[in-house]
Design a protein around this ligand. Structure first.
Ligand SMILES: Cc1ncc(COP(=O)(O)O)c(C=O)c1O
Length: 438
């Protein structure tokens, strides 16, 4: 049944995967269309995760395939170091039309991890360009995920992602996890907890604002288990950072492109950061691409020296890759033509109602949601993580549904094209999978 030989299976060291467990029983997807993957054993698997939070417009979009194919034939590759080609300029302009106010410059990368490291480097270089050479510290947050580069894992707050990799970046502090006990089963934003942002004041008191370059958070912490920010928390973080000349970076790699019912979480919460990292939904997952939005005044600070001097010694061979840019433009067209961000917002209540119906099980410890994101967290059993994996495993093999498990939390983030009937199907699959725990 499995199309791969065992030596092929052995050859690929899979990322963020229990390799031996997976290879003993491979879960192999071979094609996809709309809301469904197709497995090698011929089943249609409903995609409850938009791949890895990236296929926001659903699978197999011919508009993207055609744009990519035409671009590979016309211009497969050209550099953007001291050279240019049209599409990344066009895409940057189109992205700025979507971006929160003031975020008027775009730097292209190839992934969320590169976007985060680019954002951190721009923050450092910005302060230096203004003569504030001492502003070199970063503040991240517990449970934050900012990709896998050394910068990203240093400011990130998931212990397994940090533990094996040495001493990381020096000079990083972490805010407390932005969630208070008593917020369980909140629909949308918890009412309590805005004051957790004030911990930034303690960090400022400890080190001095003159040493802190930036604070970086996911507006809604996705990979760590869908942690929705308390009401007023992000505004408070913005006020404190602004008052102390500390840049605020929003990592919107997951929350971008309609996931929370607006183009970006910054728009939804009306909190505008100085820098914003994006990736994933930018190309609907079809071609790797990331980007960083930068406030105009930061860009201007770099543009003060002689015009023949390179202003930022940073970039990637594939920054603004023509084929990725073509995929990005086609993706933005689909989002606009199908009004997918509004659609996600309109489905939010139905989605919330559906996912919170799983509260009936005593094994469920908490349920969280916003936009088209959701998490169902289980009380850990005798062996932490086992319940989450068992539900994920049952959902895939017995209920034909793809959900994501991180320890004992099941996360959901379906493509924004999902319809109410498919929400019912997905939640039914999850309900039946939870029953398998009993
Ligand atoms: C918030 C956030 N930042 C960064 C990343 C890293 O993105 P990539 O895997 O494309 O490097 C992710 C990936 O899930 C993410 O959720």
């Amino acid at each position: 049944m499995n199309p791969n030989t065992s030596s092929e299976l052995d050859a690929f060291w899979m990322p963020f995967t229990a390799n031996r467990q997976y290879k003993a029983e491979p879960r192999m997807l071979v094609s996809a269309k709309g809301m469904y993957y197709h497995s090698e054993d011929g089943r249609a698997i409903i995609d409850g995760t938009a791949g890895l939070w990236c296929v926001n417009a659903g699978h197999g979009r011919s508009q993207i395939a055609e744009a990519v194919s035409a671009q590979v034939s016309q211009l497969d590759y050209a550099p953007t170091f001291q050279m240019g080609h049209p599409l990344p300029f066009e895409l940057a302009q189109r992205l700025i039309e979507l971006s929160p106010r003031g975020l008027d410059k775009v730097f292209f990368t190839n992934s969320g991890s590169e976007s985060v490291d680019t954002a951190l480097k721009i923050a450092l270089a910005y302060h230096r360009a203004r003569g504030s050479n001492g502003k070199t510290r970063f503040v991240g947050r517990e449970k934050g995920y900012h990709g896998t580069g050394f910068g990203g894992i240093s400011v990130g707050g998931l212990d397994n992602n940090r533990r094996s990799f040495g001493s990381l970046l020096p000079g990083v502090d972490h805010l407390k996890h932005a969630w208070l006990p008593g917020s369980e089963f909140t629909r949308g934003l918890p009412e309590q907890g805005a004051e957790l942002a004030d911990e930034l004041l303690d960090i400022i008191a400890l080190h001095g604002a003159e040493s802190i370059a930036a604070v970086i958070v996911e507006p809604l912490a996705g990979s760590g288990g869908v942690w929705v920010p308390p009401q007023g928390y992000l505004k408070r973080l913005r006020e404190i950072s602004q008052a102390h000349d500390i840049l605020l970076i929003f990592d919107e790699v997951i929350t971008g492109f309609g996931r929370v019912g607006k183009a970006f979480a910054a728009t939804r919460f009306d909190v505008i950061p100085d820098i914003m990292s994006i990736a994933k939904g930018l190309t609907n997952g079809a071609i790797p691409m990331g980007a960083v939005f930068i406030q105009n005044n930061l860009y201007t600070a770099f543009m003060q020296g002689p015009p023949e001097v390179i202003e930022l010694f940073h970039g990637y061979t594939y920054s603004g890759h023509p084929v990725a840019a073509a995929a990005g433009l086609a993706t933005l067209d689909i989002y606009a033509q199908e009004n997918l961000f509004d659609k996600a917002l309109h489905l939010e209540d139905y989605w919330a109602e559906s996912i919170h119906s799983l509260r009936e099980f005593d094994v469920v410890k908490d349920i969280r949601n916003l936009g088209l994101t959701g998490a169902v967290e289980f009380h850990p059993g005798a062996s932490p993580g086992k319940r989450g994996y068992q539900v994920f495993h049952h959902a895939y093999w017995k209920q034909d549904a793809l959900v994501r498990c991180t320890a004992d939390t099941i996360s959901l983030s379906p493509p924004l094209i999902i319809e109410e009937g498919e929400i019912d199907q997905l939640i039914h699959a999850l309900r039946e999978s939870i029953k398998s725990l009993y």
